[in-house]
Design a protein around this ligand. Structure first.
Ligand SMILES: [Zn+2]
Length: 308
């Protein structure tokens, strides 16, 4: 079975030949062939020849090695009750994505004003939290929406959330149910461009065990990693495996010690203690702060001579 079309195969073969041709110009390639490592280059990073995007992820995070963002969806009561006090004790800050829907939204979101004043980030999770009809078994979901419709819903939420965190200058978005589309079949389209127009960053979802490369991530559709029912040891393992190699891990929480989509309080505290202990190497910060650093890193990369 062919893994790529013939044209793609030609491109791959040509690219490989180009890398081989230029290999001698790059001291690290020589060193690698001789089994030695350039002492100036940190372990876990490599740079590819001009014409390719840099993968030197560690360079983004100096003096750290990678980043973690703790994000919380849906304005669950256990967040201000359990997550926030535990984080505040260890001086760790997170991002709380809320849906300010209903006539009582002001009263319901009052605890999140305190969250915001404790220097956590408040994020937009849309007003109506519309997901696929197929998820909840009722029509009127994303399959029946347009990009204009979704945009109006997101902006209505934004107007209210500004009241909760009036001091906040940078805003990020979390796609409800990690879903980034509207329409169905041949008319289905992405609403990522809508999020790109209004937000510094959009958090989507994806495969288990993956995170974001700072030089490559599309900030309008960053990878979020769900933590539902995970043990503290598994969350620590994921962060250790990904963030210490130059990636940005965005962990997604709903409830702490809740009934559904939850992480246990003990497991959450294990993760927090680990993050506090590893603060020299792993930078824990709200999504907007990390996204700003990534955006700066991406512009500095594109300004380098010879970059496409
Ligand atoms: Zn949600």
């Amino acid at each position: 079975m062919l893994l790529a079309e013939p044209d793609d195969m030609n491109n791959i073969v040509e690219a490989f030949a180009r890398v081989k041709r230029h290999a001698g110009e790059f001291p690290n390639h020589k060193a690698a062939r001789n089994g030695a490592r350039d002492p100036a280059r940190p372990v876990g990073s490599f740079t590819v020849p001009t014409g390719f995007r840099s993968m030197d992820s560690l360079a983004c995070w100096t003096p750290h090695r990678g980043a973690v963002s703790l994000t919380f969806d849906d304005g669950r009561q256990s967040q201000p009750e359990r997550a926030m006090p535990a984080m505040d004790r260890l001086r760790l800050r997170g991002t709380f994505y809320s849906n300010p829907s209903g006539d009582d939204w002001r009263g319901r979101l009052a605890p999140w004003s305190e969250v915001a004043s404790a220097e956590h980030e408040i994020g937009n999770h849309s007003l109506s939290h519309v997901c696929s009809s197929n998820l909840f078994g009722r029509s009127g979901g994303l399959e029946d929406r347009s990009t204009d419709n979704v945009e109006a819903d997101i902006l209505a939420a934004q107007e209210r959330l500004r009241d909760i965190a009036p001091h906040q200058s940078h805003w990020t978005f979390a796609y409800p149910c990690y879903q980034t589309f509207v329409g169905r079949g041949a008319t289905r389209q992405s609403y990522v461009p809508v999020v790109a127009r209004h937000f510094l960053c959009g958090r989507a979802g994806g495969e288990h065990g993956f995170a974001n490369y700072p030089g490559l991530v599309d900030l309008a559709c960053a990878h979020g990693l769900t933590t539902d029912r995970m043990s503290g040891f598994e969350m620590i393992g994921l962060v250790e495996a990904l963030a210490t190699k130059g990636q940005w891990v965005i962990l997604v929480f709903h409830d702490i010690d809740g009934s559904r989509l939850t992480v246990g309080e003990y497991d959450f505290s294990l993760l927090l203690e680990y993050l506090a202990r590893r603060a020299d190497e792993v930078w824990t910060a709200p999504v907007a702060e990390v996204a700003r650093k990534v955006a700066d890193f991406q512009s500095s990369q594109s300004e380098q001579p010879g970059r496409p």
